[in-house]
Design a protein. Structure first.
Length: 440
């Protein structure tokens, strides 16, 4: 077998970056298979399963397989949802392995000039500096408010773009002009630092405002560190882990975790990466201890709502049942942070709705960060399967805990022509509306 220079360099990169110890943890038992969305969506193709991908990682590292398009396709197709981890009896750290694999690939893979420019703009610009993200979102706001959005839709300009881009444009939230200052409704007893996020603090400013308002209503003093940056999750999932850890260090510096009881976030995908700062920086002598403290104080908004007594507050409210509410899990919130009971308990106690469990609520919706942009065909197949359960249930509200999941479910509802029958909403927006509507 003749090995090209690129193939040899790729093998060397796998040896350098992909942990043999993690690879050897896999027993090839197959418990991960039914948990993997891409394995199921490809009619049980082993190369698109966690077990198959781990075997490919090891084969690449050992030189038994050489780099080619089929190997690249297998790794590209992985959602990174990590549903395989709770299913694994051996505790294989698949999330770490797929991150390491993507780092190994990005170190060697040839890139044309357009890919270099895009990655530079995204990972060294947009997702490295909140001011640049805010500036970009101002352009989106101008597009919405100036009449350009209506004009482009009317003349069919968006038909020139791939279907998934037209669909995502159709579910962009309206950008708010101002952040309203929330009122404090009771004595503050808990001090909370709020991780506002990049997309959440720009595209979803209103959800952030309601998050702060509800925390203060529940008696928390909320502080928002000014120098915080993107969590780094997108970098980590795209083979740019080093740049993601640059953001991690900036966030640890921005948050004085000694001075707060909790650090809270309201985006499931961000929360998983934030909670793993401890793992990623454990070998960094300057940040290991601070990262551990940061991660240990990190909590999801649903979990903090439960701790602050929101369930009891909801039970005090009363309203006739108007429809069904259901919940679509954020993969990382469920599979990494192990948060799945808390949001359900809040929805069960919310007045005016009957809670019902969505079929396969814990399976991925196909969003997975920017996966739906990079792998639109597979993302569509996964979303179509998800929407079968939604259509069968006919809920009034599909609640999510992550901005990507929210927009993906909105696309699914729009694609099925169900906009007049149901809505996809963030859990904070849903709970805030319930309280505002039913509070006497």
């Amino acid at each position: 077998m003749v090995v090209t220079e690129l193939q040899q360099r790729m093998q060397d990169s796998f040896k350098e970056h992909v942990s043999e110890e993690y690879l050897m943890d896999c027993m090839r038992c197959g418990f991960c298979l039914p948990a993997c969305p891409t394995y199921l969506a490809t009619n049980h193709d082993e190369s698109h399963s966690p077990r198959g991908r781990i075997a490919l990682m090891k084969a690449m590292r050992d030189g038994d397989v050489v780099w080619d398009g089929s190997v690249k396709g297998s790794f590209d197709m992985c959602l990174g949802c990590r549903a395989c981890e709770p299913a694994c009896p051996a505790g294989v750290e698949y999330g770490a392995l797929i991150e390491e694999t993507r780092v190994a690939i990005e170190q060697v893979k040839p890139k044309d000039i357009s890919e270099k420019v895009i990655r530079k703009a995204a990972f060294d610009g947009l997702f490295a500096d909140q001011k640049k993200m805010a500036g970009t979102v101002k352009l989106v706001k101008f597009y919405q408010k100036s009449g350009l959005q209506k004009a482009t839709r009317k003349i069919g300009f968006l038909n020139l773009f791939p279907p998934f881009m037209k669909e995502m444009e159709g579910v962009l939230p309206d950008i708010e002009s101002k952040k309203k200052k929330p009122s404090v409704l009771k004595k503050q007893t808990t001090r909370v630092a709020f991780f506002s996020g990049c997309l959440m603090d720009t595209l979803f400013q209103e959800t952030n405002r309601k998050t702060i308002e509800m925390l203060e209503w529940l008696g928390a003093e909320v502080v928002i560190p000014k120098e915080q940056q993107c969590c780094g999750a997108l970098h980590g999932h795209s083979g740019e882990l080093g740049k993601g850890l640059r953001n991690a260090r900036a966030n640890i510096d921005a948050f004085d975790s000694d001075d707060v009881d909790f650090i809270v976030n309201n985006a499931g995908g961000c929360g998983a990466f934030l909670s793993e700062y401890e793992k990623h920086l454990k070998e960094d002598p300057a940040y290991a201890d601070k990262a551990a403290q940061f991660s240990q104080k990190m909590t999801d908004i649903s979990s903090l709502f439960v701790k602050l007594g929101l369930n009891a507050r909801l039970k005090q409210l009363a309203a006739p049942v108007e429809g069904i509410v259901t919940y679509q899990d954020s993969c990382h919130l469920r599979n990494v942070n192990k948060v799945f009971l808390e949001p359900r308990s809040l929805l069960e106690d919310a007045p005016g709705f009957e809670y019902k469990e969505l079929i396969d609520a814990g399976s991925c919706c196909g969003s997975a960060g920017i996966y739906n942009m990079l792998q639109p065909e597979m993302a569509k197949r996964i979303l179509d399967a998800k929407m079968k359960g939604v259509k069968e249930m006919q809920p009034a509200k599909v609640v999510t805990s992550n901005p990507g999941c929210l927009m993906q479910m909105q696309v699914g509802i729009q694609r099925e022509g169900l906009e007049g029958e149901m809505q996809a909403v963030h859990i904070v927006d849903f709970l805030h509306e319930v309280i505002e509507k039913n509070q006497k």
